[in-house]
Design a protein around this ligand. Structure first.
Ligand code: GTP
Ligand code: SPV
Ligand code: MN
Length: 603
């Protein structure tokens, strides 16, 4: 396929029609459907999925207009090992990404895509990430041969024919194509054992092959809004981040806007939908996974949520932990890889203490309660439209976004990271983000529980060299007239020696957000330490929680030896990025280490 047109021409240059024709010529679908994003389209495709057995309609009396999908057991999460950034130079993908030269990758993928859509329908989906009229919005087109993908894209993005019109009249766009790689396969979950999630940042293209699931297949999400988005953001001077956006309102009615980056399955959706335990405080939801952030004329950073719905983790969601999400998924929701109840509803671990009788597990088998295996897959998900979220902010789709007051980083750490820390400067905040570590979760294939560095919760999502990404973040401090948000770090996941969480989390996380708001207002003091500014326990109101002394102790404790060890490991980590590592980050590590060294104590 030495000179295939999809290698030698740019989709954005030859135009939509020609690009679609070239892809069709290659993939050989039975028919081509240009999508319009209408409710009728959603209904017709859902029905098609029901007819094929991919969608099980749920009991309308329990869960109106909702479906359950079960994937192939080998297609249940993002595949980071099979995800590639195909920049011209390897160094521009950096050491954290898999890389292949663009032509080499296309040579590998063209034969896989050849004939891949035989016996299938090819859909052409016009979508906008962000409100179509927002200055921050970006347009994309996804070609796919999966009806499951089309209906999920309907919920997660703004599928709108206006995007076709804008593209035809010259608007820039990202060209994404996807095939499950299963020609003439009418099974419930067609997919291919060979998977490639390939990004071409220089030509604004994504080619995804073999998987039908989540971030591998809904290409507006991680692929476009984060991997390609981060490249565009750096080029154009903004930020594309793996962050929720929320508004917290004080009893006096003062509004605070926070964005927060936690790695996958570490609490973004839950925090975005928080129901504060503390009287008088309220939370409104603006986004739960992705934030696009740009400096506004006022100097403040403004953020939009480019998505149109929520693709949330089901297990662990309950009326107790996240009543807002439970209401959100009460109707018009697509569930994937959760359990089916005897009366046609869904269930997952954590929804109730009692495991109901007569469950069918996520694999479609009768659930054996004594098997020790979960009935729902740990990465089982719900897809729901944002408009159905009971706490959705009236400003969530404001084309201008909201002004950020604070940025919060967090991870899943059993020890060594206090409940909350305030960064002492923007530079220190970037250092905290760059050196974040977290226990791995089921959101990606790989060893669950292992602690890995996950800078800015963007390890799997930064589409270019991570060290350049840190430099881009640092550069915001030098911008003219900029008024930067304050940076904080949180950890809801501290555990005691018995392996139990010491912090109640969920609605009680409001105590930490209140402290952050009061710090922004200069209402509470903090203690400066080598790891950052720590609260006084009393200011978190923990006495109301009835925690034992040991737990209270652990919340804000930090161990000098552990911090020294971590800083040394950070120095090695930063060193691995070679000369691209910003000096500012090395200086942060060095000076903090020096302040903890015995020599300094003696002087
Ligand atoms: P992605 O959609 O993968 O990006 O995940 P997310 O960051 O939105 O995570 P989510 O809010 O879905 O939470 C993932 C898991 O963490 C769920 O099982 C939650 O129940 C659990 N979780 C969330 N917040 C807390 C908390 O404050 N404490 C504890 N112990 N668990 C939490
Ligand atoms: C994540 O893994 O961070 C998700 C789910 O939000 S996915 O869409 O699969 O990336
Ligand atoms: Mn996510």
């Amino acid at each position: 396929m030495g000179n295939h047109p999809l290698k030698s021409t740019l989709p954005q240059e030859i135009g939509l029609e020609k690009w679609v024709n070239q892809v069709a010529e290659l993939t050989q679908p039975d028919q081509i459907v240009w999508c319009d994003g209408s409710a009728a389209e959603y209904q017709a495709l859902s029905q098609k999925l029901v007819d094929r057995g991919t969608f099980i309609p749920l009991n309308p009396a329990k869960r109106p207009e909702s479906f359950l999908a079960r994937t192939d057991p080998a297609d249940v999460a993002r595949v980071e090992e099979r995800t590639f950034i195909c920049s011209a130079q390897q160094i521009d993908a950096g050491p954290t990404n898999n890389w292949m030269a663009p032509d080499e990758m296309k040579d590998l993928l063209l034969p896989l895509f050849a004939g891949a859509m035989r016996g299938r329908t090819m859909y052409v989906i016009p979508f906008s990430m962000g409100p179509v009229n927002s200055p921050l919005a970006r347009f994309g087109v996804q070609i796919t041969d999966s009806e499951y993908v089309v209906v999920n894209m309907h919920l997660m993005t703004r599928v709108d024919v206006a995007v076709f019109e804008q593209i035809r009249s010259g608007a820039n766009w990202v060209a994404t194509m996807h095939s499950v790689g299963a020609p003439n396969d009418n099974s419930v979950w067609p997919s291919n054992p060979e998977k490639y999630i390939s990004h071409f940042p220089d030509t604004l293209e994504v080619w995804s092959f073999g998987s039908g699931y989540g971030g591998n297949a809904l290409l507006g999400k991680k692929c476009m809004s984060l991997r390609i988005g981060s490249v565009l953001a750096r080029r154009e001077g903004w930020l594309a981040e793996h962050m929720l956006i929320m508004r917290m309102i004080s009893p006096e009615g003062k509004k605070f806007h926070f964005s927060a980056a936690f790695p996958s399955a570490c609490g973004k959706t839950n925090l975005a939908m928080l129901q504060p335990s503390i009287p008088g405080w309220k939370v409104e939801t603006l986004g739960d996974d992705i934030a696009w952030i740009a400096q506004a004329p006022s100097g403040k950073l403004r953020a939009i949520n480019p998505e149109n719905g929520f693709f949330g983790v089901a297990p662990g969601t309950s009326v107790k932990t996240n009543p807002v999400a439970m209401e959100l998924v009460a109707k018009q929701t697509i569930f994937t890889n959760v359990a089916l109840t005897a009366d046609g509803d869904v269930w997952w671990e954590g929804m109730s203490k009692e495991v109901p009788d007569g469950l069918t597990n996520w694999r479609g088998e009768p659930h054996d309660k004594n098997s020790g295996k979960p009935a729902a897959h740990p990465n089982g998900r719900f897809t729901s439209p944002a408009r159905n979220c009971p706490t959705i902010s009236s400003d969530w789709d404001d084309p201008e976004g909201v002004e950020l007051d604070a940025i919060i980083f967090g991870g899943r750490r059993a020890k060594d990271v206090p409940l909350v820390t305030e960064a002492s400067s923007w530079q220190h905040g970037v250092f905290l983000g760059a050196t974040m570590a977290s226990e791995q979760t089921a959101a990606a294939e790989g060893p669950v529980g292992e602690v890995r560095r996950d800078p800015f919760a963007m390890l799997p999502f930064t589409g270019y060299n991570m060290a350049d990404y840190w430099r881009h973040w640092l550069s915001f401090a030098e911008r003219e007239g900029v008024q930067l948000p304050k940076i904080f770090r949180v950890n809801w996941f501290l555990k005691n020696d018995e392996g139990q969480f010491v912090w109640p989390g969920f609605s009680e996380n409001a105590r930490v957000l209140r402290w952050i708001a009061e710090r922004l207002d200069g209402k509470v003091e903090a203690n400066e330490t080598a790891i950052g500014n720590l609260p006084n326990l009393a200011d978190l109101g923990v006495d109301e929680l009835g925690l034992d002394d040991a737990s209270k102790q652990q919340l804000l404790a930090w161990n000098k030896d552990a911090v020294v060890k971590d800083l040394e490991s950070i120095q090695r980590y930063l060193g691995a990025f070679g000369e691209r590592t910003p000096a500012e980050l090395k200086i942060e590590a060095e000076s903090r280490l020096a302040s903890l060294s015995p020599m300094w104590e003696q002087s």
